[in-house]
Design a protein around this ligand. Structure first.
Ligand SMILES: Cc1cc2nc3c(=O)[nH]c(=O)nc-3n(C[C@H](O)[C@H](O)[C@H](O)COP(=O)(O)OP(=O)(O)OC[C@H]3O[C@@H](n4cnc5c(N)ncnc54)[C@H](O)[C@@H]3O)c2cc1C
Length: 288
């Protein structure tokens, strides 16, 4: 078998030069890549392309709250740090804290979760609800785009062969009500079977922002902006009159392949629960 090169750059500049010259695959925590290249117990994983271990790149680590209220999360930040950081939006912290078991959360990076682009990945779902952006960097410079545009479908992203994901930017958000649920098989080490975030802002007695995002219910996270707009401008107590129409519209937004009936019914029930809580004038905050 031909030998495959493994690079371990010490700086971002070095990493970008290697990426441009060889197209080496970035390996962060390796929790997806090592499983994908598993060859059996006691055997080394087999890679067909060069790999580049990027864990030394300090430039891609850490969480920063910016002056405009946005929060930037370096691509190599692991889920445990995200779950523990109060600056990060509750919805993203909730998702990070429910990823795998503690050992996994110490290795699994946000860049890897996004780069892997699995429909069952936990972080893209709340990030897409929050209109988060991703920054991609190469020797040519950097570019930013909505995470929703970056992830094109299952395992498909806009990442070029010479680029690395450098950070995720979460804009400031101010919601009156928020809701997060992940349904997995068990509490630890369970990949999402289904997940949902929902958020709503009420101002002067009217809904001025309503958002939802569904994970593991189609080839990528589903956001249905047309459906969301149906509820804007209503008073919370008017929500019940448009609820069924909204839930039917959301049913058209998701496209589950496996266990579609269960996924559609569960999604409907979660959204129904959230809307009823908002409509009934629950105390503001997290809807449990
Ligand atoms: C037992 C187990 C349980 C799991 N449970 C969950 C779970 O509950 N929820 C969940 O969402 N996931 C889960 N996963 C999947 C995995 O842990 C996550 O997707 C994790 O975030 C991947 O991060 P990583 O750093 O390990 O990525 P890696 O495996 O290193 O990389 C994943 C992909 O992203 C690319 N990549 C990584 N970093 C960059 C970068 N900076 N720039 C460009 N490309 C990059 C890699 O090239 C690769 O294609 C689980 C995995 C295992 C093995």
């Amino acid at each position: 078998m031909a030998e495959v090169k493994c690079y371990i750059p010490k700086t971002l500049e070095e990493a970008l030069a290697i990426r441009k010259a060889t197209g080496a695959i970035p390996l962060a925590g390796g929790t997806d890549l090592m499983v994908q290249h598993y060859e059996g117990s006691g055997l080394s994983p087999v890679f067909k392309k060069p790999i580049m271990i990027i864990t030394n790149l300090c430039e891609l680590k850490g969480i920063k709250k910016m002056e405009d209220g946005s929060v930037e999360i370096g691509a190599l930040t692991v889920s445990r740090e995200i779950a523990e950081c109060e600056d990060v939006h509750y919805l993203v912290r909730s998702a990070a804290s429910r990823m795998g078991a503690i050992s996994l959360r110490n290795s699994a990076t946000i860049g890897g979760n996004i780069g892997n682009a699995s429909p069952k990945g936990d972080l893209p779902q709340p990030l897409i609800l929050l209109d988060a952006e991703v920054e991609l960097i190469s020797l040519e410079g950097s570019r930013r785009m909505l995470l929703d545009d970056f992830i094109k479908g299952a395992k498909k992203t806009e990442l070029r062969e010479d680029e690395i994901i450098s950070k995720v930017i979460i804009p400031p958000a101010d919601f009156t009500y928020i809701f997060y649920r992940k349904i997995g098989t068990r509490r630890a080490n369970a990949i999402s079977k289904l997940s949902l975030s929902a958020a709503c802002k009420v101002k002067d007695g009217k809904i001025v922002d309503f958002r939802a995002s569904s994970g593991a219910a189609g080839p990528k996270v589903a956001r249905g902006k047309d459906a969301e707009r149906m509820l804007i401008g209503l008073a919370p107590e008017e929500l019940k009159s448009r609820k069924e129409e909204f839930l039917d519209a959301w049913n058209g937004v998701i496209s589950p392949h496996a266990m579609p009936e269960w996924r559609r019914n569960s999604t409907r029930r979660m959204l129904d629960y959230f809307i009823d809580a908002v409509a009934s004038g629950s105390p503001e905050g997290i809807i449990e």
